[in-house]
Design a protein around this ligand. Structure first.
Ligand SMILES: CC(C)(COP(=O)(O)OP(=O)(O)OC[C@H]1O[C@@H](n2cnc3c(N)ncnc32)[C@H](O)[C@@H]1OP(=O)(O)O)[C@@H](O)C(=O)NCCC(=O)NCCS
Length: 299
């Protein structure tokens, strides 16, 4: 196996390990539908994202983030499956476990629904292409319109981000205990990040670890590079709170300063981030209508 692939497998394996089964309990729904963009609550808060409007307006200086509980969408699966391309269906069929297959169908069907809403195009009519390292993008010109998007998922929760003008990356992780936290930080975090992590009170360390991971990965997904080679070269702030910052990209603080990192808290117990090469964009956060993971355990 070549070194890049090995590094990718190692980093994805770390993600998988970190996402091993543990209990997750979601807060009850507020049920409130709000049409105006709301500031996204900080990670680990108990706030919930508002329900999405039927026709969201995405201005050129905005990013919209969406979250959805994939396991709650089973009644929509047949409709979602019908919108998928032959390639997406083949990918779905390759999953060994039914739960993973259903989640794949749900998140790809939902991605089509969300993009279709902004573009006013039927979800089934959208087609996708892939950049060299696998980052998906909309294919074709769509009458001169396009959208940038990215998606991530963790333990049944999907997170999508869309923007009109700027490529972006998004990542979400469920926060859960990691026995080898210091070793993993030593391998994938910079020395400065490890120092920042160790300087935090013990009760903030786990969330800060996942903040760091998701912020780095969101950046590497925005560029399309992926996490194989560069995790340790990206430096981010990691303390829990409403703001985040990209500090360094391979030692280049100036390049880092042209990016924005937005921390996201799509559901209690999850943390995430969206990265975009632009400053001062507005962020609005929505959840997919009606359904959301109920209080239950995730296997
Ligand atoms: C992108 C990557 C970080 C995603 O990891 P993951 O654990 O699956 O994490 P997430 O759930 O956050 O993201 C998955 C989604 O990211 C998107 N994605 C895939 N490759 C991507 C890339 N290079 N950049 C941005 N987004 C990407 C897809 O939409 C994917 O969803 P899908 O699997 O349902 O199609 C990881 O697969 C990676 O580093 N890929 C790069 C591959 C590479 O380097 N190849 C060459 C050497 S082998």
């Amino acid at each position: 196996m070549d070194e890049t692939k090995q590094a990718l497998n190692t980093s994805i394996q770390v993600k998988r390990t970190a996402l091993d089964a543990k209990k997750f309990v979601a807060a009850p729904s507020t049920g409130a539908a709000l049409d105006k963009p709301q500031p996204c609550p900080p990670a680990a808060s108990d706030s919930r994202w508002p329900l999405s409007p039927a026709r969201p307006e995405l201005a050129r200086d905005e990013i919209h983030a969406w979250c959805a509980g994939l396991d709650e969408l089973s009644s929509d699966l047949p409709a979602f499956a019908e919108t998928l391309s032959a390639g997406e269906r083949q990918r779905a069929e390759r999953f060994q476990f039914e739960r993973d297959r259903k989640r794949f169908i749900a998140r790809h069907g939902l991605l089509r629904m969300i993009l279709g809403r902004y573009l006013n195009i039927e979800p089934v009519r959208l087609s996708f292409t892939c950049e060299s390292r696998g980052k998906p993008a909309l294919a074709g010109t769509l009458d001169g319109r396009t959208l940038h998007f990215n998606l991530s998922h963790s333990d049944g929760l999907a997170l999508f981000a869309v923007a009109r003008q700027f490529a972006l990356g998004v990542d979400v992780e469920r926060i859960r205990p990691i026995p080898e936290i210091d070793q993993i930080a030593g391998k994938f975090f910079s020395a400065r990040e490890s120092d920042m992590l160790n300087a935090l009170p013990a009760e903030q360390k786990l969330e800060a670890f996942f903040n760091c991971w998701t912020r780095k990965e969101a950046y590497l997904k925005a560029t399309g590079e992926g996490i194989a080679d560069a995790l340790a070269q990206i430096e981010v702030s990691l303390a829990p709170g409403p703001t985040a910052q990209l500090l360094n990209v391979a030692g280049d603080a100036r390049e880092a300063s042209s990016w924005s990192l937005h921390p996201l808290a799509p559901a209690p117990g999850f943390t995430g981030a969206v990265a975009v090469k632009a400053r001062d964009l507005k962020l609005a956060c929505w959840r997919w209508p009606e359904k959301f993971p109920a209080a239950r355990s995730l296997r």
